[in-house]
Design a binder for this molecule. Structure first.
Ligand code: ADP
Ligand code: ZN
Length: 216
């Protein structure tokens, strides 16, 4: 069981990069944000616990996240290659991931740190629109759909995430600085960190990541 991680602030482009890398490189995409939003929609026990934290831009408690991710990986085989998007976000989550991967006889291959300045992050998050049906990402100005409000891929309805309002965006960026940013140093010390400038377009970002993957 091996893994690559997409690490970066909200709005750094993790979801967009993940969509393209998954298609090009055959990784199993694990987005904890998508899993939680699905759990909220379904009204599961985890969804009911997570809902309030997500609305306010706080992290969902580690206990809940560890349960969610362990359950997700339990079904996996030793050959599986995962791409984590939005996990880990705390030291405790990172420790758990190391344990689970080691148990499966593998480990982390690369950690892609997607780096963009704060003003770019805020502009991206405020304009982001997502397909209700397939989860594809769009942006009002940077990556507009061909028809307003309609997904290019599946015709689904586009919506704005409730936590993409300005005040919640600021909270999420603060939480990232307090809880997640220290993971950059953790993975740098392990020689796993690959910093990618993610302030350009989505195509360039995906190319830069794929170039690293092809070399390894
Ligand atoms: P973003 O990276 O843009 O904040 P995500 O979809 O990854 O978007 O996360 C949305 C919300 O889901 C977070 O604000 C948080 O409440 C919750 N969440 C997602 N992943 C985790 C995680 N690994 N640990 C704790 N909470 C998480
Ligand atoms: Zn769609």
């Amino acid at each position: 069981m091996k893994a690559i991680l997409l690490l970066g602030a909200p709005g750094a482009g993790k979801g967009t990069a993940a969509e393209r890398i998954r298609d090009a490189a055959g990784y199993i995409h694990v987005s904890t944000g998508d899993m939680l939003r699905e759990a909220v929609k379904q009204g599961t026990a985890i969804g009911r616990e997570a809902d309030g934290y997500m609305k306010s831009g706080a992290l969902v408690p580690d206990e809940v996240m560890l349960r969610l991710v362990e359950a997700r990986l339990q079904a996996g085989g030793p050959e599986d290659a995962y791409m984590f998007d939005g996990f880990p976000r705390t030291v405790r989550q990172a420790d758990l991931l190391d344990q689970v991967l080691q148990r499966g006889g593998g480990g982390i291959e690369h950690v892609f740190f997607l780096d963009s300045p704060r003003d770019v992050l805020i502009q991206r998050l405020t304009g982001r629109r997502i397909c209700r049906a397939c989860g594809a990402n769009f942006h009002q100005t940077n990556m507009p759909p061909k028809r307003a409000g309609v997904c290019d891929h599946c015709g689904g309805e586009l919506y704005q995430r409730p936590d993409d309002c300005e005040s919640t965006i600021i909270s999420r960026l603060d939480v990232y600085n307090q809880k997640t940013e220290s993971l950059i140093e953790r993975y740098r010390l392990k020689g796993l960190l690959r910093r990618i400038d993610s302030s350009g377009g989505a195509d360039k970002l995906a190319q830069d990541v794929l170039r690293v993957l092809q070399k390894s």
